[in-house]
Design a protein around this ligand. Sequence first.
Ligand code: SAM
Length: 249
Amino acid sequence: MRIDVITIFPEYLAPLELSLIGRARRDGLVDVQVHDLRDWTHDRHRTVDDSPLGGGAGMVMKPEPWAEAFAAVRADGQRALGEDVEPLVVFPNPAGVPFAQATAQEWSQCEWLVFACGRYEGIDERVYEHLADLGYEIALASLGDYVLNGGEVAVLAITEAVVRLVPGVVGNAESLLEESHSEGMLEYPLYTRPATWDDPAGVSREVPPILLSGDHGKIAAWRHQQALERTRQRRPDLLGPVDAPGAET
Ligand SMILES: C[S@@+](CC[C@H](N)C(=O)[O-])C[C@H]1O[C@@H](n2cnc3c(N)ncnc32)[C@H](O)[C@@H]1O
């Protein structure tokens, strides 16, 4: 998979050199290229923003650097991947479609993602029209119903969620199957050794005895029940009518 990120704060993406994604990059599973949008400006101040037409607070990102950036990144990517390969261009945007695990699954199959990090009040609307006219596939992805200062944090989160689903990135692929949201539920509670833990307040805490039984069928059934209960309590919106609170069981 190739990932390009266009931003005015390339340093913000430094964490993509760490941990699982850093290793995936070194192993050649993911090629991440970070670009400074200001490289496609032509004035002394490397200006990427201007005041909103029609008035209003804040600044808007100018269309010209974005158009040049996309053309250059597309040409660069196609040199590496092949002339016929096209990217999915993702704009993190609080007014976009909520990013979810299903989106991460879908995008983990993509050969090429280009992320465009907005700043200020956002990007001039004509950039989206221009890209659509050129035939780019575009997605506006929201990290949640709140407003960040820029798209970089969203790109870090989305990239991590996507890349860990790329085959080979997470060593034990089975661990991805039972996670929260992988099957529309939250994960069951987790425990490790010691089986009896005397906490600092002097309370002796046992793990649920079923986990020590060695009966894998019963453990799986218990975990499923726990996951369902936890989802009912914390995120009833994830459950269908059959499993929702108040439904007969
Ligand atoms: C200050 S925000 C702009 C908010 C915009 N004026 C609005 O009201 O929708 C600047 C940039 O941060 C990013 N951003 C902010 N909140 C986000 C969220 N919840 N999800 C994804 N990206 C977000 C986007 O790239 C956005 O262009």
